[in-house]
Every structure is written in structure tokens, then in C-alpha cells.
Write a protein that binds this ligand. Structure first.
Ligand code: NAD
Ligand code: MG
Length: 395
């Protein structure tokens, strides 16, 4: 017999959210959508409400919430419309919900994701920023409240799949030597260093293999995404920085690998389509249809690997530095990166200024020990201020 899973999807109108609903729609017997949330995209949310009939629809933005409420009433739908951060936290921790897809982008995802963990939910974690900013605190909360964590990031999902099922946080005990974290290298892997100065947001967002939200697309172009993923892997799998090797693999067919002491390397392969890790986590431990085109090895034909170039991608080095420093430094790195990416997308600074701004903010804002979520949010706030100050000093 199939047990029906009751879902809250945080960030349902985004790239991961839409892919999640695509998988959910293929299995009406398995999933019931209880709550959907978004920032301010009212139209997309209204469409999703018509299609999935959640009990709650939540907008972060109050004006968008009020607009949605009017539309929902006019359509005669029995959906409760809410708004604000507290409402996001509320629907992440509803008693009738067992599974929460955490797919808000950036630091904005941290409070609702924590709420889901504190409520002991099965948390499908796409919002890597939560682990980057507050890895230690979040992993403790997961343990304390008996939440279950399933990684959605394709690399971490691949690592999860390549580890033994009885893995509980000790890599050595299960014979693991290293994690091989693959990276496509993004759109500028081979561009001349001089040309990077002139890169436009459109070029940076045109990822060769994946279609994703804007922020993570720029992160992939700077390889900050891989840096954030190194930190994410550190917390998820209790891996030291030395146990995580980034491997450039331009085809994005191998989603990551685990190397064992006997010389075996286990990998998870597939077409680059986020519905695979999403379906893996939604169905876990069962395998369910995801709508993904099967991998054609003859079409793939070859798989290439390269050593990452830290000169071309300074953000990768900054992330390793932040991980080594610990405390509030990864939250500072993350906040500075968010401001830098947003400023680049708004054409307020060049692509090459992204690592410069982050490094500057990491030097300006001093590292503190963090023991609570509030400590982390304070560091996030200070780093954002420092980043905006640096930006203002540019003109
Ligand atoms: P996206 O920009 O496409 O969607 C973000 C979602 O979050 C939207 O629904 C938006 O309405 C909502 N949102 C944005 N700001 C918000 C705020 N301040 N408060 C509340 N909600 C807000 O992003 P995405 O590409 O789907 O990425 C989501 C998360 O998943 C990110 O953390 C990203 O790193 C991670 N991720 C994405 C992919 C991918 O393929 N897109 C792959 C791996 C990991
Ligand atoms: Mg990834």
C-alpha cells in the first residue's frame, strides 16, 4: 500500500518548486499538496492553486498576498491565503504536513527551513544557503527534533545515493576515502580571463547544461556555487575539506562520486534534470517515475575531467577559506555573495567585481563564534551592510 505524503513546497514558483510540482503531478496517488509559498509572483501562484488545490497559499510580500487573496476568492477556491515570514514558518511546520521541500533561494530560506526541521519534518533540502550559513546549528536542530534530511542539490543527492544506506556520519567507518564533487565549470570555463570583465548577466545566466534560477546560475558562472556546495557537503556528510575534491566535469552527466579505500569509485549518473534528485527524495526509499529522458550513453559518448582553476574562479578559494575559518565567516561569505550577485544582475558592477566584493567584506566584518540562529542572522546583516558600503564606494 502507498502512504500518501503531505507536502509543503517552500518556493513553489521557482525552478526547483516547478520541477517538484511536475514530479508530484505524475503521482496523484502518492502526494497531496498542503501548502505552496512564493515571494511575489502572484500569477504563477494562482495558476498553481488552480492546479494543485493546496489548503494554504503563502506570499512573502503583503501586497502580493492581498492581491492573491482577492483572486482566490473571486475564483471561489477554498484556499487560505497568508503572507509574511511567520506564515512561511507556519506552513513549514503544520501538523498535517510530513514533508517540506525547502526551495526558497538564498538566506531568505533559512527561517522557514529551520521551522521545518524544528517541527521534525522530512526536509528535502534545496536551499543550500541554510547549511552554508548555519550548518552546525542546523544539523544539531535536525538531530534534536528527529527531522530527516534528504539532499536535493544534484551533487549531494548523488553522494547520498553513492554512500551505503547505513551511513550515519562517519565516512571512515564506512570505508570512504574521498568525495569527488563534480562541477560543470559553468559558461566561462574556457573564456579568456580578459573577456570576463565584460560578461553580461544574460551570458552569466546561460548555463551550458542546467536551467536554473538566476542566482544559482550566476553562482555557477563564478563557481561560488561549487564553493557553497563544498561547505554543504562538509555539513551533510561530516567530511573534512581535505576529503572533498572538486572535479571539473563539463558534461554534467556524473553528478558526483564517492571513493572508497578499496579503490572503488561509486557514481550516480543521469541527464542533468533536477527532477531526478527531486523524485529520488520524494519517493525515498522507493524509486518513482520522474519524467526524465533516460541517459543515452551512446549520445554522451565521452566523459571529461579537469582540475579546477582557482585563479579563474577565486570564489571557490574564498569558500574554502570561509569553511576553514568557521564561526560566522561562511554566513558573511554567503551574504556578501548574495549582494554581489544581485548588484551584478542589476548591472551595478562587473562580473569580475563579485569575488573582490566578497573578499573585501570577509576582511571587513570580523569573525564571531555562532551558537544560535540569531547570531547567524546578525552576521548576515552586518555583511550585507558592509557589502552595500563597498558598492557605494565604487561610484
Ligand atoms: P528560483 O529563483 O528559481 O526560485 C526561488 C523561489 O523562492 C521562488 O518561488 C521565489 O518566489 C521564492 N523566493 C525568492 N525570494 C524569497 C524570499 N525573500 N522569501 C520567500 N520566498 C522567496 O531559485 P531556484 O533556482 O529554484 O533555487 C532554489 C534553491 O535551490 C536555491 O537555494 C538553489 O541554490 C537551490 N538549487 C537549485 C537548483 C536548480 O536547478 N535550480 C539546483 C540545486 C540547488
Ligand atoms: Mg548543485
Amino acid at each position: 500500500m502507498i502512504t500518501v505524503r503531505h507536502l509543503t513546497i517552500l518556493g513553489s514558483t521557482g525552478s526547483i518548486g516547478v520541477s517538484t510540482l511536475d514530479v508530484v503531478a505524475r503521482h496523484p496517488d502518492r502526494f497531496q499538496v498542503v501548502a505552496l509559498t512564493a515571494n511575489n509572483s502572484t500569477e504563477k501562484m494562482l495558476e498553481q492553486c488552480h492546479r494543485f488545490h493546496p489548503r494554504y497559499a503563502v506570499m512573502l510580500d503583503a501586497a502580493s498576498g492581498e492581491r492573491l487573496q482577492t483572486e482566490i476568492r473571486a475564483a471561489g477556491l477554498a484556499i487560505e491565503v497568508l503572507w509574511g515570514v511567520e506564515s512561511l514558518e507556519k506552513v513549514a511546520s503544520l501538523p498535517e504536513v510530513d514533508t517540506v521541500m525547502a526551495a526558497i533561494v538564498g538566506a531568505a530560506g533559512i527561517r522557514p527551513t529551520f521551522a521545518a526541521a524544528r517541527a521534525g519534518k522530512q526536509v528535502l533540502l534545496a536551499n543550500k544557503e541554510t547549511l552554508v550559513m548555519a550548518g552546525h546549528i542546523f544539523m544539531d536542530v535536525v538531530k534534536q527534533y528527529h527531522a530527516t534530511l534528504l539532499p536535493i542539490d544534484s551533487e549531494h543527492n548523488a553522494i547520498f545515493q553513492s554512500l551505503p544506506q547505513h551511513f550515519t556520519g562517519d565516512l571512515t567507518a564506512v570505508g570512504v576515502r574521498r568525495i569527488l564533487l563534480t562541477a560543470s565549470g559553468g559558461p566561462f570555463r574556457q573564456a579568456s580571463l580578459a573577456s570576463l570583465e565584460q560578461v553580461t548577466p544574460e551570458q552569466a545566466c546561460a548555463h551550458p547544461n542546467w536551467v536554473m534560477g538566476q542566482k544559482i546560475s550566476v553562482d555557477s558562472a563564478t563557481m561560488m556555487n561549487k564553493g557553497l556546495e563544498v561547505i554543504e557537503a562538509h555539513w551533510l556528510f561530516n567530511a573534512t575539506p581535505e576529503q572533498i575534491q572538486v572535479v571539473i566535469h563539463p558534461q554534467s552527466v556524473i553528478h558526483s562520486m564517492v571513493e572508497y579505500v578499496d579503490g572503488s569509485v561509486l557514481a550516480q549518473l543521469g541527464n542533468p534534470d533536477m527532477r531526478t534528485p527531486i523524485a529520488h527524495a520524494l519517493g525515498f526509499p522507493e524509486r518513482i517515475e520522474a519524467g526524465v529522458t533516460p541517459l543515452d550513453m551512446f549520445k554522451v559518448a565521452r566523459l571529461d575531467f579537469e582540475v579546477p582553476d582557482f585563479r579563474r574562479f577565486p570564489c571557490l578559494g574564498l569558500a574554502y577559506q570561509a569553511l576553514a575559518a568557521g564561526g560566522s565567516t561562511p554566513a558573511i561569505l554567503n551574504a556578501a555573495n548574495e549582494v554581489a550577485v544581485e548588484s551584478f544582475l542589476k548591472r551595478r558592477m562587473p562580473f569580475t567585481a563579485i569575488p573582490v566584493m566578497i573578499e573585501q567584506v570577509m576582511q571587513t566584518v570580523s569573525r564571531k563564534d555562532v551558537t544560535t540562529l540569531e547570531d547567524v542572522l546578525a552576521a548576515d546583516c552586518m555583511a550585507r551592510e558592509a557589502a552595500h558600503e563597498w558598492l557605494a564606494s565604487l561610484v
